[in-house]
Design a protein around this ligand. Sequence first.
Ligand SMILES: [Zn+2]
Length: 558
Amino acid sequence: MSLYLYIHVIILISMNRLPLLFLLLFLSAYVSAQVIYNRQDSLRGAITAERAWWDLNYYHLDIAVDPDSKTIEGENTIHYKVLKEEQVMQIDLQAPLRIYKAVQYGEQLNIKQEGSVHFITLVAKQIPGDVHNIQIFYGGKPQEAMRPPWDGGITWKKDNNGLPFIASSCQGIGASIWWPCKDHMYDEVDSMLISVTIPENLMNVSNGQLRSTEINKNGTKTYNWFVNNPINNYGVNMNIGDYVHYSENFAGEKGNLKLDYYVLRYNLEKAKQQFMEVPRMLKAFEHWFGPYPFYEDGYKLVEAPYLGMEHQSSITYGNGFQNGYLGRDLSDTGWGLKFDFIIVHESGHEWFANNITYIDMADMWIHESFTNYAENLFVEYYFGKKAGSEYVLGTRKNIKNNYPIIAPYGVNASGSGDMYYKGGNMLHSIRQIINDDAKWRSILRDMNQHFYHQTVTTAQIEDFISEKAGQNLKPIFDQYLRDYRMPVLEYLKKGKILEYRWGNVIDSFNMPVKVSVGGKENWLTPTTNWQTINLNSAKGIFKVAPSFYVGTLNISGN
Ligand SMILES: [Zn+2]
């Protein structure tokens, strides 16, 4: 909020033009917008010294889940490589779950707990280059997810037959809501074994490939899922239910990709119809972004007791076997009902979130803006360029321009929800500037190859696109990602002369823009200084091409 607005409100109130109640509402909204971060946020969101000295190699998460008592009991064995000689290791686990003990080479280690953070002092000397492992034993009643997938935790539901239907979801809040780990996105584990023991009448589906199952003597069954690729923390998941399974093969760019579907027993026929969307989606996205990034782990679509999430190689699905977003068209153009939003959007994240992953959650736009943009590329692939463009423009009504898309770094914070629709529209605007569809597609494909299985910063993405485009796009990213305002092209027509400049922008903003005057197209390169152009005619209407996400203001008022 600007100081100017604040003073204006105070003056109106002092003039008795606004009631006091309004002042109170206003101030409380103002205070709630000013987030104050604490030490727990920093310990959670920063690459602390106790994290930086070791590199994750391998996790074996081995847990038993009891639906009756809603508890998890088990251990995580963490294999790591020493990068720097240190003795204190940070492991995260959120209450009410508890770490019972940490063991290295048979020795129980000292743990100093500070909120969700556990500082574990190692006894064995940690010499750079050495590879070690540590076992973390834990358990208890994990936090329940109240509004999954937005708040995170465990969802304990029952299916229509009264059988347990359970799932984890933890984007944002972090994987440490249900298992102990290095809960920061910068360091992805190289591979992982997920062993989940459950009542034997149920099935567990996690990430990667099902390596084996074991029947235990106590009426339980263990599912061992192996992930053969680097995976981010929030991508790891478990889904427990009375599932039935079917599969098919997809002939993709990298060969044969196995598609496995897991749905509740009574939804099999509906799934067989609706999930025909999956090969259709893969065909479109491999065209735009290159090969699906996890062939070795296969592609799974798993029914879940909430809307959906981009869990790596096991997308979760709860969209009711219907097109749209729970049957709604987010663009109001009709195109949003031509596809299953959850299958298309969450699967799009395999490229932007799971293949190319943010290091810091502040840069979440890398996941959401590109995936939002992927929705229209899907529409474009099947219904043409005009349809795709109509879809992106249609979603603009959801943009708020309330605060920046990039949040503060180092505190596990995410920015404005504008990272979806405004981010998608920013990319659509950049596509217009590049003005070469083949180049645009090759940028998207090259990006997935260049940053294959990596964690990245916004700066890396900006530099990559600028370099490939052969244009410095930094001022455009700065405006759309680091400022909250929508650029406005201010103009003034004096006879044949048009004066123009960018308003409502940062000083360096200089986005080229396609305009038309009397139906004739022209490119302008406005800055924040006034420029003029001779239109050769005083007649005709001045318009900015609608594909650019900008406003216009005729400052002469006519
Ligand atoms: Zn998303």
